[in-house]
Write a protein that binds this ligand. Structure first.
Ligand code: UD2
Ligand code: MN
Length: 551
């Protein structure tokens, strides 16, 4: 379903001619040179970003599609390829003029077994909402999908775009990271702009991303990501109005966000102007193609999914470039409820978690020695993983004369420790075995808060890796174990703290809670954990840390 009348690219006749190569100009109440007419108020399924629910006869298909794709493709199928979405930008964004000679862009979309309609909605919105003169091509790269509708049907469909959309296919599964690097090599535009295969770009999204790159080709730009609900495709802004958020990280290399510090906010005359961000989420960004290739694109040793966002972020900043987040550029992204694909062959012969292995490659190259220890404290099993050969990455870092991580922490990511302080070392880590029932403390899943039990020890894996630091914090991954008189729970660790109430007694193996004056014990029958007055002789109170090997 396509609304023909809404070809915005065509309606983008420039209102005035700007001199070449001028920075963007703001004029209050004067509509910007690339602004288009407001969208007509459609009332079909999902129009204006409204939620949609499928008709009863499609409910089975809808459910199946959620388990197959991690998102409701039945809902997506019912929504127009170029449905309208709300304009989530701040008001100011309408009054910017951007240069008229911006670099031509290849929009690169890599995909593995994505839903046909969400993939094509990404393509449609890009083509219809970008000034045609700056859109060199949309380059689709199929990462070895096996869904039948992504074969001839896709090839037939893209013919309607008259050569603007190019499709390449991988001969084997390469993972999203290597596929994106391939996209950058294959692209013909001056700028490469990556999008996930389930996006909808917003009003006048492209010129604000290209302008900072034109002014300085070592700048990479990132649009503000809006949320598209994976069940009903409801489109909404992720952040409260007028807040400006930037990408950071915690020491286990999970992606985090934090409000723009005052110091940075103050540097801008208008709050709609781009601002520096230490990192980015990974999927959506624009960068000068040659510059990206000079940086070696992504480390080819990163496999499958994850960590490449940090590799690129650290690399850009430390090697003399910068990352700007651009408030006036909005792109919606479907956040899936779970990852619907596996890595197949990519994970073969790799011990332990593929993602943690990627993280290890990134920190071994880009962190200075004094910072590496924080990663290994937060992710102790990473020490045991083989990260592969890093020679080329380290050579690249030397060749490009990149600055140390300390410089990055001091000048760019200085606010990270406010939320994620430098970590004190662990006293113990491993699985925590109860002497009475011989089972391991198990945090079961990631949903927090959640209660904790013991279960059969399974060694390496997510739920049984427990650590206790020198400041009394008992945790697993980024979650903390807390106890009160009612029971024991796993909760998000309090931002900005590294300490906790726990004290491990090495002599009689008790886990003592200093605030409650009680000890951690397991219930004989239902395996529930409790805080009880300490009984040093009872095995239900005794815990032993045992290390394990990656599988
Ligand atoms: C986020 C990023 C994603 C990527 C990832 C970490 C956003 C919005 N998304 O996860 O772009 O940086 O973090 O690596 O910031 N794909 C392949 N081959 C594969 C697996 C995935 O081509 O083996 C495609 C997939 O079809 C999609 C893109 O790569 O178009 C990103 O994958 P995702 O949507 O599963 O990642 P996401 O959004 O959870
Ligand atoms: Mn995605």
């Amino acid at each position: 379903m396509v609304h023909k009348a809404r070809n915005l690219a065509k309606s983008q006749e420039l209102k005035k001619k700007l001199p070449q190569n001028l920075p963007p100009i703001y004029q209050h109440n004067q509509t910007g040179n690339y602004e288009s007419e407001p969208w007509p108020k459609g009332d079909g399924p999902g129009e204006q970003g409204m939620p949609y629910k499928v008709l009863p006869q499609f409910e089975n298909y809808a459910e199946r599609s959620v388990s197959e794709y991690g998102m409701n493709i039945a809902v997506s199928d019912a929504i127009a390829m170029n449905r309208t979405i709300p304009d989530t930008r701040q008001e100011e964004c309408k009054y910017w003029d951007y240069p008229t000679d911006l670099p031509k862009t290849s929009v690169v979309i890599v995909f593995h077994n994505e839903g046909f309609s969400t993939l094509l909605r990404t393509v449609h919105t890009v083509i219809e909402r970008s000034p045609a003169q700056f859109l060199e091509e949309v380059l689709l790269i199929d990462d070895f999908s096996d869904k039948p509708d992504l074969k001839e049907r896709l090839e037939r469909y893209i013919k309607r775009f008259g050569g603007k959309v190019r499709l390449l296919r991988n001969e084997e599964r390469m993972g999203l990271i290597r596929t994106r690097s391939k996209g950058a090599h294959e692209a013909t535009g001056e700028v490469v702009l990556f999008l996930d295969a389930h996006c909808e770009v917003g009003l006048n999204w492209l010129p604000p991303l290209l302008t900072p790159i034109q002014l300085d080709n070592t700048t990479m730009t990132v649009p503000i990501v809006d949320g598209i609900d994976s069940n009903d495709f409801h489109y909404s802004s992720t952040y409260p109005e007028d807040t400006h958020i930037r990408g950071i990280f915690e020491w286990g290399l999970l992606y985090k966000e934090k409000e723009l510090p005052h110091k940075e906010a103050e540097k801008r005359a208008k709050t709609s102007e781009p601002y520096p961000s230490p990192t980015h989420a990974g999927g959506l960004f624009a960068i000068d193609r040659k510059y990206f290739l000079e940086l070696g694109a992504y480390d080819p040793g990163l496999l499958g999914w994850g960590g490449e966002n940090f590799e690129l972020s650290f690399k850009v900043w430390q090697c003399g470039g910068k990352i700007l987040w651009v408030p006036c550029s909005r792109v919606g992204h479907v956040y899936r409820s779970f990852m619907p694909y596996t890595f197949g062959k990519l994970a073969e012969n790799i011990k332990g978690s593929l993602v943690t292995r990627n993280y290890k490659r990134v920190i071994e190259v880009w962190f200075d020695d004094e910072f590496k220890k924080y990663f290994y404290t937060r992710e102790p099993t990473a020490r045991l993983l083989d990260a592969g050969d890093l020679t080329e990455q380290i050579e690249l870092k030397q060749r490009l004369n990149c600055k140390p991580f300390k410089w990055f922490m001091k000048n760019v990511a200085y606010d990270v420790p406010e939320d994620f302080p430098y970590l004190p070392p662990n006293i113990h880590w491993g699985e925590m075995v109860n002497v009475l029932n011989k089972e391991c403390l198990d945090t079961e899943n990631n949903e927090v808060p959640t209660s904790i039990t013991t279960s059969v020890c399974h060694g390496y894996g997510n739920n049984q890796e427990i650590k206790l630091n020198t400041k009394g914090q008992l945790s697993t991954g980024e979650r903390c174990i807390v106890g009160d008189n009612k029971g024991v729970q796993l909760v998000p660790c309090e931002l900005g703290t590294v300490d906790g109430p726990w004290q491990y007694n090495e002599e009689n193996n008790l886990m003592y809670h200093t605030k409650l004056g009680k000890c951690l014990a397991v219930h004989k029958h239902n395996k529930k954990l409790k805080m009880l007055p300490c009984i040093a002789k009872s095995n239900s109170f005794k815990w032993i840390f045992r290390s394990f090997e990656p599988k």
